[in-house]
Write a protein that binds this ligand. Structure first.
Ligand code: GTP
Ligand code: MG
Ligand code: ZN
Length: 315
C-alpha cells in the first residue's frame, strides 16, 4: 500500500494510506537512505510504501520503501552535533514564527533558518507573532525587522495567533498547500494552528511552565489535514539551528539580496569578504543590505555554531 507519514514517535509511524485510512507502521532492521545520516530515517511528510501485517489487536504495517523526497528541512541536533534530524519532507512552504521576547528570537537564528530553507528550495514566510503584547517601542522593532527581511526578499506578516489578527492572511496562503510551522518553543505555533482549525485543539502552554518541566509542549512533528484543502505540520520548538553540510561557495547564494547583486561584483566568484569592488559590501555601506544579515553570513562561513547564543535564553 501507499501512504504519507503524518506523525513519527520514534519507533512507530502514523501513516495515512491513499484510501484515507490511518495505519501504525514501523520499519524493520536497518533502513538507510541515500547518504543522509539522520537520527530519523523516516520523517513526517514522507511518501511510503508499506505491507500490512496482522498485529495483536489491529492491522499494522511495515514500511518497505520511501519515495524520493521532493525536499526536506534538516538540521543539526543541538547536542549531538554530528547527528542530523529531518524535521519534515515534501513541504510547499514554511512559516517561521518569531517573537521579540517571551521567547526572544535572534536574527542569527532567523538567518540560519532561512539559509536552510533556501538551500532546500522551500519558500519561507516570516510571521511576527504576539503583536497584541508589544509596547510602541517593540512594535517599532517588529516593523524594523519586517522591513529588513522584506528588503532581503521575504514576505513578513505581523500576527496575533491568540487574538486572530492577520491570521486570515496566513490561512489564505495555506490553501492547496502543505505548510510547516517552525520557530522556538513558546512562539505560538500550536496556538496559530488552533486558531486556524479550532477542532484540532492542540496542546499549548505558558513558557514558564514549559521551562520548569524542561520540556516542549509539542514533542513530535505532526501533520494535520485542514477543513479547507490544506495540510499543516506542527513541529516541536527548535533551539539552535546548525546549518548542515554546505560548501563555502554555495552559502552566499542562499542570501537572496546577495544573489541578486552578485553580477555587479568585480570577480564572478566573489565571496564578498576580502575581494575589492564587491557589490555586496558596497550595498552594505549604502545601507541597502543589513549588517545583521552580513554578520550571519560571515558566521555561517566560519562554521560557528549558533547554539551558545540561543542557550543563553532557552535552557
Ligand atoms: N498574548 C499572546 N500570547 C500568545 C500568542 N500566541 C501564543 N501565545 C501564548 O504563548 C504560549 C506558547 O504558545 P504555544 O502555541 O504552546 O507555543 P509553541 O510554539 O507551540 O511551543 P512548543 O510546542 O513548545 O514548540 C501560550 O501560553 C500561548 O497562549 C499571541 O499571539 N499573543
Ligand atoms: Mg506547540
Ligand atoms: Zn562580492
Amino acid at each position: 500500500m501507499q501512504g504519507t507519514v503524518y506523525k513519527s514517535t520514534g519507533s512507530w509511524y502514523h501513516v495515512k494510506a491513499d484510501n484515507g485510512e490511518f495505519y501504525e507502521c514501523r520499519i524493520k532492521g536497518k533502513f538507510r537512505i541515500q547518504g543522509i545520516k539522520s537520527t530519523n530515517p523516516v520523517a513526517v511528510g514522507d511518501k511510503v510504501q508499506f505491507d500490512l501485517e496482522e498485529g495483536v489487536e489491529e492491522q499494522t504495517g511495515v514500511i518497505k520503501k520511501i519515495t524520493e523526497r521532493e525536499n526536506y528541512i534538516i538540521r543539526k541536533s543541538v547536542n549531538l552535533s554530528k547527528q542530523t534530524h529531518i524535521i519534515a519532507s515534501n513541504i510547499d512552504q514554511v512559516f517561521l514564527l518569531i517573537t521579540l521576547n517571551n521567547p526572544p528570537t535572534l536574527t542569527t537564528f532567523i538567518d540560519r533558518f532561512l539559509v536552510t530553507a533556501e538551500a532546500y528550495g522551500i519558500k519561507a514566510v516570516l510571521l511576527f507573532n504576539k503583536v497584541d503584547t508589544y509596547s510602541i517601542e517593540e512594535l517599532a522593532e517588529v516593523k524594523y525587522l519586517a522591513e529588513l527581511y522584506r528588503a532581503a526578499g521575504y514576505e513578513c506578516i505581523g500576527i496575533s495567533a491568540k487574538e486572530g489578527k492577520n491570521v486570515d492572511k496566513v490561512r489564505e496562503k495555506m490553501i492547496g498547500k502543505t505548510s510547516m510551522i517552525s520557530g522556538h518553543s513558546g512562539t505560538g505555533k500550536s496556538t496559530l494552528i488552533n486558531h486556524i482549525e479550532p477542532s484540532l485543539d492542540l496542546k499549548t502552554s505558558e513558557i514558564s511552565r514549559q521551562h520548569s518541566q524542561g520540556q516542549h509542549t509539542t514533542t513530535f512533528a505532526e501533520m494535520f489535514d485542514l477543513s479547507f484543502d490544506a495540510r499543516i505540520i506542527d513541529t516541536p520548538g527548535i533551539k539552535g539551528f546548525g546549518v548542515v553540510d554546505m560548501n563555502r561557495e554555495e552559502i552566499r547564494d542562499y542570501f537572496p539580496e546577495f544573489f541578486e547583486r552578485k553580477q555587479d561584483c568585480k570577480f564572478h566568484n566573489c565571496l564578498h569578504i576580502e575581494e575589492p569592488k564587491c557589490a555586496i559590501k558596497d550595498a552594505l555601506e549604502e545601507g541597502e543590505i543589513a549588517w545583521s544579515r552580513y554578520k550571519s553570513y560571515l558566521q555561517i562561513m566560519e562554521g560557528e555554531d549558533d547554539n551558545y547564543r540561543v542557550d543563553q535564553y532557552q535552557k
